[in-house]
Design a protein around this ligand. Structure first.
Ligand SMILES: [Zn+2]
Length: 287
């Protein structure tokens, strides 16, 4: 099944596919093992930084190899590509989904590039995600309030979203309705589900993604999935689990130098996070 077919199935059955960022081989392995345990389709994604660290061709090859090894669908998403060159690189490498994030560009320029990305991607049957309203925050642990961070941006306006989708031809709309990138110490992440409801009502044929899935309560995420979210992006919680557990392992085993032995238990902790998310998203048993 293609990326589009998986998203259609998720939408019709009201569940979502987790899109998990890969920063290294260990998180990659943890994600696919979790998906295999849960018999779930999964999206592997790499941001521009992660893509250049691993190499786009390597991301694709690892995904295809793991998909075969574990017998589950592993789709690959280019996450927050900021320009046409990065999108072209992802298209050429064989990514299944291309997220062009022009949300910090002037709207006219965002539309112009998004149209081009759609044209190039659709020619190869790929799915394109667009972003108009810049989703605040970054994929780290922040001191402070998610509500305050969200208030720095402007939530997606349904009328403007319709114009954006119509003029660009994108398939997935990265909606901003209270979700922020990262995890905030105040723990006050709050989704404005009424905004998502309005977007879904105005754009019945568009898929919606939820960025900044880390830190949002499972109940809120489930409500969002009932209202049209089919792709949930998770990064920070994986980074958090990886780093904290690696520090712990190194402290506990000061004489261990075989990195893979230190990283085994770390991988298991990252895997647990992914399995919990898959349960929340309702994608278990769908592969
Ligand atoms: Zn994002």
């Amino acid at each position: 099944m293609t990326g589009r077919e998986w998203l259609q199935k998720a939408k019709a059955e009201k569940w979502a596919i987790g899109a998990f960022n890969v920063g290294n081989l260990e998180t990659f392995k943890a994600i696919v093992q979790a998906a295999a345990n849960k018999k779930s389709p999964v999206i592997i994604e790499s941001s521009p930084g992660e893509t250049s660290w691993i190499g786009p061709e390597n991301v694709i090859d690892l995904a295809r190899n793991y998909s075969q090894q574990f017998g589950i669908p592993v789709l690959v998403n280019l996450d927050h590509a900021k320009n046409l060159e990065e999108c072209q690189q992802g298209i050429d490498a064989g990514y299944d989904l291309i997220h062009f994030d022009g949300s910090e560009l002037p709207l006219e320029q965002n539309i112009e590039i998004a149209k081009k990305v759609v044209e190039l991607s659709h020619a190869k049957g790929l799915v394109v995600e667009g972003e108009m309203d810049h989703i605040m925050g970054s994929s780290e642990i922040h001191q402070g309030s998610a509500l305050e961070e969200a208030a720095k941006g402007a939530f997606s306006d349904p009328e403007k979203a319709v114009e954006f989708v119509k003029s660009t031809g994108i398939d997935i709309f990265a909606a901003f309705f209270g979700n922020v990138h990262g995890v905030f110490s105040a723990g006050d992440e709050k989704l404005h589900l009424e905004v998502l409801e309005q977007l879904s009502a105005k754009l019945p044929d568009t898929f919606f993604s939820l960025h900044g899935g880390s830190g949002i309560s499972g109940d809120q995420v489930k409500e969002a999935i009932q209202r049209g979210i089919v792709k949930v992006n998770i990064n920070t919680e994986l980074r958090e689990a990886f780093r904290a557990n690696l520090q712990e392992e190194m402290k506990e085993h000061p004489d261990e130098y075989a990195m893979y032995k230190l990283e085994g238990p770390v991988l298991e902790e990252v895997q647990k996070v992914v399995e919990e998310k898959i349960d929340i998203f309702g994608s278990f048993g769908k592969a």
